[in-house]
Design a protein around this ligand. Structure first.
Ligand SMILES: Cc1cc2nc3c(=O)[nH]c(=O)nc-3n(C[C@H](O)[C@H](O)[C@H](O)COP(=O)(O)OP(=O)(O)OC[C@H]3O[C@@H](n4cnc5c(N)ncnc54)[C@H](O)[C@@H]3O)c2cc1C
Length: 507
């Protein structure tokens, strides 16, 4: 039998249940489809494609070594799949479930309808600890833990390729009509690069993980930097988690243990958040708490949006972070949270436009992590504590020497340390502000107070509380939910749950 292996966000030969199953079923045709309609979406960018194209080149080599090089085609999924199935006598497609954006959810529905009508069996296997079609979260943690502990699959020993197929060219970003996207310090795609980072993180870099993760200057080295490799599936989360567990067993000392455990919990978070988007794909465009999303006056373009996206707000640390992100395609968690928070509270911008811009900037854009995080940091879940980051305070705490801010905002290179995060207070700033570097676009204290007041007033209304109670009921299992006592529904008038840190979207 001829089997088509459809690759999506799982670009590897190791720990790939679909490839393993296909290899045992007959001759295989491993395929990646570059879909122009996907790459025209507002959350897609050339930096993401270029990273992915490098990973595809590596995957093609890995598959060729096993006997079946990767086939790449450009076009719509239904059109490409139906042509290849007809031409090559293929009656079965196997792929790993993809948790992507709303567009990929809709595309998968079209593919499923076509496969049914064409008499093709399309098997989608779970591949990342996320479950499709499950009701509620009861038992989820145990299932995920069991998945993570099951040994990762080795690559098949060999593959038999469906005969007579031209592998096809991996298109350039330009050929896909992606806008130019200068990212000189972008990470390079490919499994080999991902594995090298995993090794160096577990051997040395990770020892400073917890201490150094919050400041961009130290996070660049102390964080694993695995996110884009995990986002395109060059590495499976399970193999990363198992490598960390092996290292933990080998190095139980306190200095390593706390860091490795903290890293392991983040790998678990990615499945947790991805399951959220799997269960509610509309999270990309609809605020989880509708009333929170309906507050008026937010804009998705205009001078404030432009100042934010270009790193020209006149708030030095914020601008440094945005410029660093533009140039590298990556920034650490705390800075991502601050960029979102200032955009959606102080500048009162629309969270969807903010999320799309950041998605384009992230080489590691992963809808399953991104949209739940954007909604949380923008206060759109309604059930989490508001986190309004102060960019001046963040600059003073996360860049105390000013080295990071000066590197990315060289206009302020000569501003004395004590004034660097508030140059408008420096008597010598006249020649700089409004000329080489902007005056601040908002008064940070005043803007934060206004945002809190608007949201605080909404949170006092019955309408808000009613929707909040429904959300708690829908999104939390009794065991996880501090408002559930003896399995009873939460009362509208009970106190709100205590915040549970970054994971509190699940209450
Ligand atoms: C607004 C916002 C948007 C984000 N968008 C993305 C995104 O599109 N893609 C993405 O990979 N991460 C996203 N994150 C989460 C996090 O910032 C990045 O995963 C992390 O900075 C990547 O660097 P690293 O691989 O060195 O992380 P490490 O700290 O080394 O963590 C290892 C891995 O754990 C996972 N992880 C880490 N933090 C989180 C988290 N808070 N939630 C879920 N999983 C996590 C990632 O897969 C990461 O690669 C976002 C965070 C925020 C606040």
């Amino acid at each position: 039998m001829n089997v088509l292996i459809w690759y999506k966000r799982d670009l590897r030969v190791e720990d790939h249940p679909a490839l393993t199953l296909g290899a045992g079923s007959g001759a295989v045709l491993p395929l990646y489809i570059a879909e122009p309609d996907y790459w025209a979406l507002p959350d897609a960018s050339a930096r993401q494609w270029e990273f992915l194209a490098e990973t595809l080149a590596g995957l093609r080599r890995d598959l060729a070594r096993l006997g079946a090089p990767l086939v790449v085609r450009v076009g719509g999924a239904v059109e490409v799949l139906s042509r290849l199935c007809k031409q090559n006598d293929i009656s079965q497609i196997i792929s790993l479930q993809e948790v992507g954006n709303e567009w990929t959810f809709a595309r998968d529905k079209q593919v499923a309808a076509w496969a049914r009508s064409a008499g093709i069996v399309w098997q989608e296997l779970p591949g990342n600890g996320v479950r499709r079609g499950r009701r509620g979260r009861a038992g989820w943690d145990a299932d995920r833990a069991a998945y993570a502990e099951t040994p990762a699959l080795p690559a098949p020993l060999g593959l038999r390729m469906v005969a007579g197929i031209e592998p096809g060219v991996i298109p350039s970003a330009r050929a896909l009509r992606l806008a130019a996207d200068d990212c000189p310090h972008r990470q390079t795609g490919g499994r080999a690069q991902g594995l090298a980072l995993l090794d160096s993180f577990l051997a040395t870099r990770g020892q400073a993980y917890r201490r150094a993760m919050s400041a961009p200057l130290s996070a660049e080295r102390a964080c694993s930097r695995l996110s884009p490799y995990l986002a395109v599936g060059a590495l499976s989360a399970r193999e990363v988690e198992q490598a960390a567990a092996a290292q933990l067993a080998a190095r139980p000392g306190a200095d390593w243990a706390a860091n490795l455990r903290s890293f392991q919990s983040r790998i678990a978070w990615r499945a947790h958040f991805t399951q959220k988007l799997e269960d509610a794909p509309r999270m990309e465009r609809q605020a989880l708490h509708k009333a929170a999303g309906d507050l008026p006056g937010r804009s998705s373009d205009g001078p404030l949006f432009d100042a934010w996206r270009m790193g020209q707000t006149g708030l030095p640390y914020l601008d440094a972070c945005m410029r660093y992100l533009a140039s590298t395609g990556w920034i650490n968690f705390r800075a991502r949270a601050m960029l979102t928070s200032v955009a959606t509270y102080h500048l009162w911008l629309d969270w969807r436009a903010v999320g799309q811009h950041l998605a384009r900037r992230f080489t590691d854009y992963d809808p399953g992590i991104h949209w739940p995080q954007i909604q949380m940091q923008a206060g759109m879940t309604g059930i989490n504590r508001l986190r309004v980051y102060n960019p001046i305070k963040q600059g003073l705490e996360q860049d105390p020497t000013g080295a990071f801010t000066r590197r990315w905002v060289p206009e302020l290179a000569h501003v004395p340390d004590g004034f660097l995060q508030m140059p408008w207070k420096w008597p010598g700033a006249q020649g700089i502000l409004g000329r080489r570097y902007p005056e601040p676009v908002v008064d940070v204290t005043h803007a934060a107070r206004e945002a809190r007041a608007r949201i605080g007033a909404l949170r006092q209304t019955d309408r808000f509380a009613e929707e909040e109670a429904l959300l708690i009921e829908r999104h939390a299992s009794p065991a996880q939910n501090p408002l559930f006592v003896n399995d009873r529904r939460p009362s509208l008038r009970r106190p709100r749950p205590a915040p549970l840190g970054q994971l509190c979207l699940d209450l």
